[in-house]
Design a protein around this ligand. Structure first.
Ligand SMILES: [Zn+2]
Length: 315
């Protein structure tokens, strides 16, 4: 019996160690891209904070010292990026780390080079990171691309799915909802979050204007993916072919569509004006907002993270 328990513990630690491994590969890649191009320093700062935060709340916690390992590298990192070290124990990231990797790729390749952006992310995942089902720490599975229209080569806005395990993922959705996303996306997600049923008193779901593109792709093979039932409920997205869906284990707002549409709505005034939203009054909206913030506080206290409401990290 004891032997079996010890084996299980060993196996558990071995799986958890993929957190450290992926964290180090992602941070090193970001540092290299920043050094080679001189671009994206704030994204490096943001991702270090976000990874340190997720290390702190991981089932097997990882300190920055354990994640980085090499002492010399740690000292240099702290010199160049002191703030993530100062704030990872008090401030919550506004989005998941892989969003910073995605933004870096968009910055380096240019938003119009969709294929190159997708391929670079796929290569990073397939060649370097552990992505087996229970070892997929910090890795997004899906990317989404949105455009005002597919004509005239309009600007592309990207988003990735939450790159964290079940509990951290719920934290990141609530954090993005309270701090990062466009209000329409937050309203839609708040309609169903933290519960998975629609609130009786609030419906902030949206319907995008005709012609808007919102396409998701699997990051391991770049095959296109239909929006899941949750995204269809939130954003009235259409599926190409009706498919039987298995059980959905992720929370509302977890998918790449949320971040991508948020970026579109923040930047394309015309799309925002033509987007239809169900009506609600401001008191009910506040009540829904409070419910998300309360859930965030609860989730953080469950993982023993001391948090002062609204302390989100700004790189
Ligand atoms: Zn979805």
């Amino acid at each position: 019996m004891e032997g079996r328990d010890a084996n299980r513990e060993e196996e558990h630690l071995e799986i958890q160690d993929h957190f450290r491994r992926n964290a180090l590969i992602i941070i090193s890649s970001m540092l290299r891209w920043w050094k080679d191009s001189g671009k994206g320093k704030l994204l490096v700062d943001e991702i270090i904070h976000s990874i340190f935060f997720l290390g702190k709340i991981n089932t097997a916690p990882y300190t920055p010292e354990r994640i980085i390992g090499n002492k010399e590298m740690l000292v240099k990192l702290r010199e160049k990026f002191p703030r993530p070290f100062d704030y990872y124990l008090s401030h919550v990231p506004k989005r998941s780390p892989f969003s910073c990797v995605m933004d870096m790729m968009v910055l380096l390749k240019g938003q119009g080079n969709e294929d190159q952006i997708k391929q670079s992310l796929r290569d990073l995942i397939n060649d370097k990171l552990s992505k087996k089902k229970n070892k997929r720490f910090l890795v997004s599975t899906t990317i989404c691309v949105s455009q005002k229209s597919t004509e005239n080569n309009s600007v592309r806005y990207y988003g990735v799915s939450m790159s964290a395990g079940p509990n951290p993922r719920r934290i990141l959705v609530a954090a993005a909802c309270c701090s990062a996303w466009d209000e329409y996306v937050s309203d839609a997600v708040m309609t169903y979050y933290p519960d998975t049923v629609r609130k009786q008193y609030f419906d902030g779901t949206i319907k995008l204007p005709k012609g808007v593109r919102c396409d998701a792709f699997d990051l391991s093979d770049l095959d296109d993916k239909d929006p899941c039932k949750l995204c269809r409920n939130l954003f009235s997205l259409q599926v190409r072919t009706q498919i039987e869906e298995g059980e959905i284990s992720w929370p509302y707002g977890n998918c790449a569509e949320a971040e991508s549409l948020s970026n579109l709505l923040k930047n394309e005034k015309e799309v925002k004006e033509k987007t239809q939203q169900k009506s609600y009054n401001s008191e009910d909206r506040q009540r829904a907002k409070d419910s998300v913030l309360d859930e965030l506080k609860t989730l953080l206290s469950e993982v023993k993270f001391k948090w002062k409401a609204n302390d989100f990290y700004n790189p």
